[in-house]
Design a protein around this ligand. Structure first.
Ligand code: BJ8
Length: 426
C-alpha cells in the first residue's frame, strides 16, 4: 500500500493507533483468508480491495468530495443507496466489527450494549475510521432501542447526524411511515448536495443498485452446489465489501467471480470436499472485520453456504421494480422494496424464519447456526422462535451468543463441533 499518512492526517485520523489497527488487520487477513485452500482466482480483486480498504478507496472518496459529491454514511440496510446515488452522492456502510475503543465507548454507553454499537463509538472516539471521518452526513435509524438511544449520544460527536424514523410493524401505516421518512431523506439529500432527485437520476440509481444486488443473488445461488465453489468466509467478505466499494466496479467483479464459479460448478470443483457439512448462518449482521464465527465454523469441517443476515441475503435478496414515470411512483417502488426487509426489530416477523427454511432447502443445508450478538434483544429474543420453527421442520439449529472478543473462541468451537457431530448422525 502506498503511503497515505498525509491523507489520513487531513481526515483527523489518529495515525499511531490507526497504524496498529492496519497491522493487526493485515495479519488477521493473512491468517484467516489467504491461508484458505482452493480459493477462486476472482477473490484476488477482493483481496486487493481489503489491502487498500483504508487507502485507495478512501482516496477515491476524498477525490469525489473534491469534485463536489457528498459522502453519506449509514449503519443500516434500511437507508436506500438508490436515493444517495440519485443526487450523485457516495454511499458508505459504517458498521464496524472490531473490539476497538471499547473502553472509551463504555464511558458513554452501558457495558451491556451490543458490540456493534460499541464499535461504532469506539471507531469514532479512537479516530480510527477514515470512512466515518470522510462523511458529510451520517444517517442513523430508529431500529432497535440500543441504536435509537445511542444516536442521541453520538450526535455531538459527529459533523451532521441525520436520524431516520422506522416503522416496527409491517402494516399499511408502517409502510406510510417508511415512505414519508424516505421522502424527508430525499429533501435532506437535495439540500446537502444542491441537486434535485429526478426521474432520470432515480432510475439510474435504482439500476446501479439493482445490478449490484442481482450479482449478489447470482453468487448466493451458486453456493447451492456440492462441493461448494466458494467458502463462506470469502462470500461473507464480498457481502462486507458490498457496503463500501464503488458499486459499478463491485458489480463487475462479483459477476466475473460468478463466471468462474459457474465453471467450477460444471467441473465439480470446490473449496471443501463434496459431502462436507453445510451450514447456514442466520442472525445479526457481521461487519468488517468480524470473521470470528465463520472462521470457527469453517475450521471445524463444515462450510457455510448462506448468510441470512443484513450482511448477506437479507440485505440483497430483493430488487426494486423500476415502475412508474414520476419520482413519486419510483419512491413507492423503493418503499415496497425496503419494506420487505425482515429485521428482528419488526413485530411480528414471520417472514424471516420462513426464508431461513427456504434457504435451507435450496442450498441443501444440513443445519442452521443462529448468531446473536450479546445484548441484542431483537435477535436473541427472536432466536427462540426461530429455533423452534426450524427444528419443527427438521432443520437442526444451534443458537450462539457472542461478541467481538476472542475470549469465547474455544468454547464456541467446542459447541460447533458437537453440533457438526449431530448433523453427521442425521
Ligand atoms: S435492518 S439487523 S442493519 S437494524 S446487533 S445494533 S439490532 S442490538 S444491526 Fe441491523 Fe438495520 Fe436491523 Fe439489519 Fe441493535 Fe442488535 Fe446491536 Fe443490531
Amino acid at each position: 500500500m502506498a503511503d497515505y499518512t498525509e491523507m489520513w492526517k487531513s481526515l483527523g485520523i489518529d495515525i499511531e493507533n490507526h497504524n496498529a489497527l492496519l497491522a493487526g488487520l493485515g495479519q488477521a487477513y493473512t491468517d484467516i483468508f489467504l491461508s484458505q485452500k482452493n480459493r477462486p482466482e476472482g477473490m484476488k480483486y477482493f483481496d486487493f480491495v481489503m489491502s487498500e480498504v483504508h487507502g485507495l478507496r478512501i482516496k477515491e472518496i476524498v477525490d469525489s468530495k473534491a469534485q463536489g459529491r457528498k459522502v453519506i454514511g449509514s449503519y443500516c440496510v434500511f437507508v436506500p443507496e438508490e436515493l444517495v446515488l440519485a443526487v450523485d452522492g457516495v454511499a458508505v456502510g459504517l458498521c464496524a466489527g472490531a473490539e476497538l475503543g471499547f473502553e472509551a465507548a463504555e464511558a458513554l454507553l452501558p457495558r451491556n450494549t451490543c458490540s456493534l454499537i460499541k464499535s461504532m463509538f469506539g471507531f469514532k472516539l479512537g479516530k480510527l475510521c477514515p470512512y466515518v471521518e470522510s462523511c458529510d452526513v451520517i444517517v442513523g435509524e430508529n431500529t432497535c432501542d440500543g441504536k435509537k438511544k445511542a444516536y442521541e449520544i453520538f450526535r455531538p460527536l459527529v459533523k451532521d447526524l441525520y436520524v431516520m424514523d422506522l416503522p416496527q410493524t409491517k402494516s399499511e401505516t408502517g409502510r406510510l411511515v417508511l415512505k414519508e421518512e424516505y421522502r424527508k431523506f430525499i429533501a435532506k439529500l437535495e439540500k446537502e448536495s444542491g441537486k434535485k432527485v429526478t426521474v432520470h437520476s432515480l432510475k439510474k440509481g435504482i439500476e446501479i443498485v439493482n445490478a449490484k444486488r442481482k450479482a449478489m443473488i447470482r453468487l448466493a445461488a451458486l453456493r447451492a452446489a456440492d462441493p461448494a465453489p466458494i467458502s463462506g468466509l470469502d462470500a461473507l467478505l464480498i457481502n462486507q465489501v458490498f457496503f463500501h466499494d464503488d458499486p459499478v466496479r463491485f458489480t463487475d467483479s462479483v459477476n466475473k467471480l460468478c463466471d468462474e464459479l459457474e465453471q467450477r460448478v460444471k467441473d465439480h470443483k470446490g473449496v471443501f470436499p463434496k459431502g462436507t457439512t453445510r451450514i447456514i448462518v442466520s442472525g445479526c449482521p457481521m461487519a468488517v472485520p468480524n470473521w470470528k464465527l465463520p472462521m470457527l465454523i469453517e475450521t471445524s469441517n463444515a462450510v457455510i453456504v448462506g448468510e441470512e443476515s443484513c450482511v448477506g441475503e437479507r440485505g440483497t435478496r430483493w430488487l426494486t421494480e423500476i415502475k412508474g414515470n414520476t419520482v413519486e411512483e419510483l419512491l413507492d417502488a423503493i418503499t415496497d422494496r425496503y419494506f420487505n426487509v425482515d429485521c428482528a426489530v419488526f413485530t411480528p416477523n414471520p417472514s424471516r424464519v420462513n426464508y431461513v427454511k427456504e434457504m435451507a432447502k435450496k442450498l441443501h443445508a444440513d443445519g442452521v447456526i443462529h448468531y446473536s450478538l450479546q445484548f441484542c434483544q431483537p435477535y436473541i429474543i427472536e432466536s427462540g422462535q426461530v429455533e423452534k420453527e426450524l427444528e419443527k421442520s427438521h432443520i437442526p439449529t444451534l443458537r450462539l451468543e457472542t461478541d467481538y472478543s476472542q475470549e469465547d473462541a474455544g468454547q464456541l468451537k467446542t459447541r460447533i463441533e458437537a453440533f457438526n457431530e449431530r448433523l453427521k448422525r442425521k
